[in-house]
Ligand binder design. Structure first.
Ligand code: PLP
Length: 382
């Protein structure tokens, strides 16, 4: 029996490969107590207030959610000093990347990205059938902003920067971002992905707040998420800010009930729990510094990061040894398909998880399974 052919864009699409779940690894490798440091999740989990609100919302799941998420958009608008009409919700920031792409791109048009941008960007553009132009990054892995501007043509409709990027952890500072936005031609929409905003703001002196650049005159959409700082990744809720006219167009593309009722209730409560957010920020910044310092003592190259993760490179193909970590119950994210064949990304976990990861790394280096990087411990080793 023959089946209809998918669209050409779908046939050639390399799908997004998510981090592997704990249960699957435990089953496959016969281990218990596996720890997942593969998806930049929140090691402390959600706020108890968000959990309680989610439980309460369960009783009403026979009702459709509020399709316009009125209360949540109002609350976000008040918190961030914008109008509710400047806010759109998505099933994670990932869906908002997709909605933006579907609103602005089609075959014949193009998107310009820094090479190695968070993989959902090329996946979303790949699905749309538009062209992807990836501009090589600077030696310190920051985007080459001048190169991106030069790559823009009349067919370009979207440029994007993840600030910081996943997996590199590198970011564009405030002044450079402001200059870049000034130079963008008006036919191009900029997506500024700030999924890790709360791990950096107020802690990294020149880290910009993308929201301060949102205005009715500028085609800029800023994305944030409840997945990271609020620990609600499983409920799938992200939000975007932009000019009202752009948000209105994106709302036409959005599925009406994309933000589910449990997620909306949990997010409303999470926004009230400042203490929880502060605890998460504190833990991530302390543990990221610990992991970074420990990794620099070992024969690997570790890249500075302002997110809740670190990109680490070894001297051999990492995909070949990922299973050796899994067998020992440590789930990392191999970065071969993200353009770093020698590398893996490790999410910042609880202290005991980070220690366990380092122990397993040491064991595998001693066994000669993880190959030392040629000259270790700094990005210059690349
Ligand atoms: C840079 C970046 N943007 C967006 C996302 C998507 O997050 P979510 O769809 O869970 O909101 C991620 C997730 O890892 C990310 O790393």
């Amino acid at each position: 029996m023959t089946h209809p052919d998918p669209r050409a864009a779908v046939k050639s699409l390399a799908p997004y490969v998510p981090g592997r779940p704990i249960e699957e690894i435990e089953r496959e490798f016969g281990v218990t107590g596996a720890m997942k440091l593969a998806s930049n999740e929140n090691p402390l989990g959600p706020s108890p207030m968000a959990l309680a609100a989610a439980h309460e919302a369960l009783a009403s799941v026979h009702r459709y959610p509020d399709g316009s998420a009125t209360l949540l958009r109002r609350k976000l608008a008040a918190k961030f000093g914008v109008s509710p009409d400047q806010i759109i919700l998505g099933a994670g920031a990932s869906e908002l990347i997709d909605i933006t792409v579907r609103t602005f791109l089609e075959p014949g048009l193009a998107a310009v990205f820094p090479a190695g941008i968070f993989r959902m960007f090329p996946v979303a553009v790949g699905r749309s059938g538009a062209r992807i132009i990836e501009v090589p990054v600077e030696p310190d892995l920051r985007p080459n902003l001048q190169g991106m501007l030069s790559a823009i043509t009349p067919a370009t409709r979207i440029v994007a920067i993840a600030n910081p990027n996943n997996p590199t952890g590198a970011y564009v500072p405030r002044t450079e971002l402001a200059e870049f936005l000034e130079k963008l031609p008006p036919h191009v929409l900029m997506i500024l992905d700030e999924a890790y905003f709360e791990f950096a703001t107020g802690l990294v002196a020149d880290y910009p707040n993308g929201l301060s650049f949102v205005s009715s005159e500028r085609p800029l959409v800023v994305l944030r998420t409840f997945s990271k700082i609020s620990g609600l990744a499983g409920l799938r809720l992200g939000y975007g800010f932009g000019p009202e006219s752009i948000i209105a167009s994106m709302n036409k593309v959005r599925e009406p009930f994309n933000a589910n009722s449990i997620a909306q209730a949990a997010a409303l409560a999470a926004l009230d729990d400042e203490d929880h957010r502060n605890r998460v920020r504190e833990l991530v910044s302390t543990e990221r510094a610990f992991l970074f310092a420990e990794l620099t003592k070992r024969p690997v190259a570790v890249h500075p990061s302002i997110g809740n993760f670190l990109l680490v490179e070894t001297g051999g193909t990492f995909d070949a040894v990922a299973n050796d970590f899994l067998r020992r119950g440590v789930i990392l994210r191999p970065m071969g398909s993200w353009g770093y064949p020698l590398g893996f990304r490790v999410s910042v976990g609880l202290h005991e998880e980070n220690v366990r990861f380092l122990e397993v790394l040491d064991e595998l280096i001693t066994l000669g399974i993880v190959i030392p990087a040629a000259s270790a411990s700094s990005p210059a080793a690349r």
